[in-house]
Write a protein that binds this ligand. Sequence first.
Ligand SMILES: Cc1cc2nc3c(=O)[nH]c(=O)nc-3n(C[C@H](O)[C@H](O)[C@H](O)COP(=O)(O)O)c2cc1C
Length: 218
Amino acid sequence: MPRIPYTRRPVSTETALSLAQSELSLARERRSIRDFSDAPVPYELIEAAVRIACTAPSGANQQPFRFVIISDPAIKKQIREGAEAEEEEFYTHRAPKEWLDALAPIGTDTHKPFLEIAPYLIVVFREVHGVAEDGSRIKSYYGPESVGIAVGMLITALHRFGLATLTHTPAPMGFLNTLCNRPKNEKPFVLLPVGYPTENATVPDLPRKPENEMIFRL
Ligand SMILES: Cc1cc2nc3c(=O)[nH]c(=O)nc-3n(C[C@H](O)[C@H](O)[C@H](O)COP(=O)(O)O)c2cc1C
């Protein structure tokens, strides 16, 4: 493989320190939103955020992330119906009590109107294995880690653009393959409604762990 010069140059320490503070304040403001407005969002913002996510590092450079951007009301309706059916099963049968107890403070239930209201849904898929020309499987390396990093970049970019997201995982999400027209070797990873919050949106008053309890310096 030929090598090429890496041309990005460091910014000055002064600039970096000021950027670090403003980015930290901005990151602390991010919340998962469930009260979405139907106010339109410029497609260019969604596209730029997804393109940013496409630049994520990935195991063996396999780039196993796939992003399906949906604004078609008919498809959003079908996704809502599919998600609500899974959530109904989850809340009434599948979820063990401990899981329901852990979810209780967040106040979620089986109703997912935001899947129709938010102007965009981004469904992120993970390519579980590649497919060679002869139809044989190509092994994938660190797929979940790679897609997780890409989704983090996507959520961060959308937040920086002033947009709200919800990380939604109505498990199992197999119904999304059919609705999004994705092949069997891809697995739905997360469903992100994206839009602006309503003016009177609320979020659960959840505590975050003190950051210093999650950071260790040796
Ligand atoms: C992997 C993952 C799956 C999640 N799944 C759901 C979900 O299905 N429904 C939901 O309402 N929130 C879901 N969330 C959002 C979490 O509840 C939320 O991130 C957490 O309560 C912290 O709140 P915050 O994002 O506002 O800081 C999920 C978050 C993650 C990271």
